[in-house]
Structure formats: C-alpha cells, structure tokens
Write a protein that binds this ligand. Sequence first.
Ligand code: PEP
Length: 249
Amino acid sequence: MRKKIVAGNWKMNTTFDEGEALVKGIVSLKAGVAADVTLVVAPPFTHLNCLAEDLEKAGVGLSAQNCANHESGAYTGEVSAKMLASVGAKYCILGHSERREYYGETNATLAEKVALVLQNNLIPIFCVGEKLAEREANRHFEVVKSQLEVVLNLSADDFAKIVIAYEPVWAIGTGKTATSAQAQEIHAFIRKTLSEKFAAAAEQTSILYGGSCNPKNAAELFAQPDVDGGLIGGAALVAENFIAIAQSF
Ligand code: PEP
C-alpha cells in the first residue's frame, strides 16, 4: 500500500502568530482525517523551530520548503538540511517550480540538495511539472522525464525514501486544475518512468498532485489510481480547507 499524503506548502505566507494559529486549527481538526492519511505542513523557515513540538505531538509532519545545496559555511542567507533536521523537520520540498523559475534551480543544484536532505534523514518532496507552453507543444512527458533524472540517479535505498509531487506550472495558483484524466495520465507516466529503473520501489512511491487543488476537486483527483495525495498551496492556508482536502480520499 502506498502512503497517502496531503502536504501544505505555505510559501512566503503567514507571520509567526498567523502560522501558529493555522497549526492550532489543523491540529484541532485532525481527528476527522483517516488514520492512513499522513498530513505534512511546510511553513516558512522562521516558524519551523517553534511549531515543531505541537506538530510532532499531533502526528503532523513538519517540512521545509527548500534548503541549501551546500553542507555548511560561507553562504549568507542559506539554511542547510542539517539545520532543518536539528529543529525537527522531517521533510523538505525541493524543486518547486517557483524555485526553478525565480531562483534558477537546475537538475545539478537539485541533485546536491536531494543528496543533503537524504543524508540528514529528511524526506525530499521532489516537485516536477511542465509550463503551459510545454504542455501546449505536447512536450510535457519529455520535460517531466528530464526533471526526474535527479531521482533516477539515486541509489535504490535512497530512492525508496522519496516522495514525488507533480505540479503543472499552469495550474499553480491559477485556479486552473488539471483534469483528473490529465493527472492520472502523467502520474502513470511518472510511475512507469521510475519503474524502469526501480521496478518494485516505484510501486510504493507516493506521487502527489499539486496545482489549484481544493476541497471541491480533491476527491476526483485522489480517486485516480496513481494519485496518492496532494501538495496544496493556497488552500493549505485555511485549516478547514486543508483538512477537507485530507478527508477527500
Ligand atoms: C504549490 O505551489 O505547491 C501549489 C500547489 O499551489 P496552489 O495549490 O495554490 O496552486
């Protein structure tokens, strides 16, 4: 059985007080979520340390949204995977399309980040997804396949630990969700691509859908055989919506 996961990517939103209130809301509603669904929240770096204890007690996973591609040292403004682990993070989102687009992340830098995250016993939530022009040119399979090279180069042991998130860039924050058929088609393609290298492990890899997922469309998306949950942006900023999505399996 693959793990069902609903992860909230808060991006650069919430002051510390707002973040604390959001966690309180999620924790207070969590009892309504099936026990086989793993909840994860990814607040900004500044909130991680102080939110870790409450989340741990409630059985909600703590994630960062990014980390440095270096172990330590003279990299002003950066946060290492080791630092994240030291404050209780269990996951780290890597390769989000906003990081690729605005901060120039490439397969090479992402390979370094994935390695450091795994070395520090964090689980990478590795994001892939095509831009609108790439989908319109029917290049989405090729684009996603080239992004997957980073995880295809892992050892079998490391590959078995990762989570993938498919997030079409044209669906992120736009209100335009992929149809459930589009999601299933590319999630099945991702699993097939992974299984060519990691036959058995790929069957166990959780592949999350992200892109304008909300309480209204989550059930249809999550009903697809290769959609194992969601990476949620905007809707994760309201506890009731985040929990309603997690109740959509
Ligand atoms: C995201 O950025 O990871 C995301 C899925 O955003 P949204 O749900 O707002 O489209």
